[in-house]
Design a protein around this ligand. Structure first.
Ligand SMILES: *[C@@H]1O[C@H](CO)[C@@H](O)[C@H](O)[C@H]1NC(C)=O
Ligand SMILES: *[C@@H]1O[C@H](CO)[C@@H](O)[C@H](O)[C@H]1NC(C)=O
Ligand SMILES: *[C@@H]1O[C@H](CO)[C@@H](O)[C@H](O)[C@H]1NC(C)=O
Ligand SMILES: *[C@@H]1O[C@H](CO)[C@@H](O)[C@H](O)[C@H]1NC(C)=O
Length: 453
């Protein structure tokens, strides 16, 4: 029952124009949750916390070449070492503290049915969709139309789930799905631009309709549609303990509206694979890429997860007194001020890569101490490119603690880089809440099972 309901939702939300072939892939996990954004803030600690999926060579500075040397990727297509990232979501308690919400991502690639029409992203191509400072909705703006939220209700497959332009101001029985379309028309020249948007454009009729008619943006790119499921229903019944009982959730950029939702992409596709995929991967009408893997277009690996240890020495999940960075909650009505952080956390190095079976006992060593200066330029680790420390040789075995993430802590976050902090943040967890979270997560995973490939 639940499964078919989920499938129905997936089908209902996947009514893309018939001219578009597509595949969808459920990310196995977030590789990390920290203040890094190599598109907007290369080489420094970013303004707010992102959760990240994709290639394990994500970091302060990335290039396609570097991403291609990733030891693993958290998306099921092995040849896709791209990174996709977005602000993390939190529940805000009445005393102002925040609890992180667990989540998971599904990525759609949509492209023209006619081979040769859609052009794969070039090396080092990157872009940003959405505006973190937005706190109002302009229905004429394609950028804002690109962002939508589903209030998920799997029990009532017909009419239960509703679509919103903001974080839904109502209880969502099965969580919230934040959705964003990336731009899919390109100027054909620039791999990036100063605002990370001007080199690309949405389609002629909006983010998911029309074509690339504007002569300034003549090149049709694959359209990336990113869905992030947030297990907000784990907090059901706790609304009265929230700062805003009507809508208790806040994105990492201090956004309780959702109008400031955004996501970044950095291309890490193995050369040739994406082009072949958009030309030849048309074999399943429901977006299951298995048949494309069978044709040898790419390789699917659906089981093994992929994680990295933190570079920024700062707690980002569990219970937090404030949002990491300087991100006061700024309500609907005015454009939010993007404030400079007042201090900089320490920087850890090296970054360890691990699959679900081998979790390191600790992150890298502190190589830059935290400072109160507010300068966000860290001393970057020396040459990280291609140097991946294998967890099996370099790290102590932690078989007993490696299952900890499956209980109260976020299944979507980086490893427990600080066991003390993690234990502390969990110790106050209300047992009802923990139980619900557990169920919530199971629910989310059920969702993935039936809804993404
Ligand atoms: C990272 O990017 C920043 C900004 O573009 C640049 O100044 C810095 O030199 C880069 N660092 C490395 C290690 O590539
Ligand atoms: C804020 O409230 C939550 C929920 O009651 C509690 O767990 C947390 O410890 C409180 N934080 C502070 C700093 O008092
Ligand atoms: C835990 O949460 C439930 C549901 O909101 C509530 O009824 C109960 O009183 C809470 N228990 C504690 C110890 O806070
Ligand atoms: C770990 O977290 C605790 C609590 O947040 C903090 O007091 C402690 O300094 C942290 N230790 C390290 C090594 O970061």
């Amino acid at each position: 029952m639940k499964h078919s309901a989920v499938a129905a939702i997936a089908a209902a939300s996947a009514l893309f124009p018939a001219a578009n072939a597509y595949w969808l892939m459920g990310a196995k996990n977030f590789i990390t949750t920290e203040r890094i954004d190599p598109v907007v803030n290369p080489g420094e600690v970013s303004g707010h916390t992102h959760s990240v999926v994709g290639g394990s060579n994500f970091g302060f500075n990335v290039t396609t070449e570097k991403l291609l040397k990733s030891e693993c990727t958290s998306v099921p297509i092995v040849e896709d070492n791209s990174n996709y990232w977005f602000p993390h979501l939190y529940f805000q308690w009445s005393n102002g503290s925040f609890s992180s919400v667990d989540g998971g991502a599904v990525i759609y690639y949509l492209f023209d049915d006619k081979p040769g029409t859609t052009k794969a992203f070039p090396p080092n191509f990157r872009m940003l969709s959405g505006n973190p400072a937005s706190r109002t909705y302009d229905q004429k703006s394609f950028e804002q139309q690109a962002v939508t939220f589903l209030c998920l209700d799997f029990q009532n497959a017909i009419g239960g789930t509703t679509k919103h332009n903001s974080i839904p101001k109502q209880q969502c029985p099965d969580g919230i799905r934040a959705q964003i379309n990336f731009q899919s028309c390109w100027d054909g020249k620039n791999l990036d631009s100063s605002d990370h948007k001007s080199h690309v454009a949405y389609r002629s009729e909006g983010p998911d309709a029309g074509s690339c008619k504007d002569p300034k943006f003549p090149v049709t790119l694959p359209r990336i549609f990113l869905e992030v499921y947030w297990g907000t229903h784990a907090f059901r019944g706790l609304e009265s303990e929230a700062k805003d009982s009507k809508q208790p959730f806040v994105f990492a950029n201090g956004d309780p509206t959702g109008y400031g939702y955004h996501a970044d992409f950095f291309n890490g596709w193995q050369p040739g694979v994406l082009q072949r995929a958009v030309d030849e991967c048309h074999c399943n009408p429901y977006g299951d890429p298995t048949c494309c893997a069978e044709k040898g277009i790419f390789t699917l690996e659906k089981e093994k997860k992929c994680f990295i240890t933190k570079s920024v020495d700062e707690q980002t999940t569990g219970m937090l007194r404030e949002l990491p960075g300087n991100n006061p909650v700024q309500p609907e009505g005015v454009k939010a001020a993007m404030l400079k952080p007042t201090s900089t956390p320490g920087i850890l190095s090296p970054v360890y890569v691990y699959r679900d079976e081998s979790k390191p006992s600790a992150p890298g060593k502190l190589i830059t101490s935290p400072s109160n200066a507010g300068a966000t330029k860290p001393t970057l680790p020396p040459v990280q490119v291609g140097i991946v420390v294998s967890t099996s040789s370099a790290l102590a075995s932690t078989s007993s603690s490696s299952s900890a993430a499956s209980t109260t802590s976020s299944s979507s976050s980086a490893p427990a880089s600080n066991a003390t902090g993690r234990a502390k943040s969990c110790s106050k967890a209300n047992s009802t809440l923990s139980r619900r979270r557990h169920h919530a997560r199971r629910g989310i995973h059920h969702g993935f099972d039936s809804n993404a490939f």
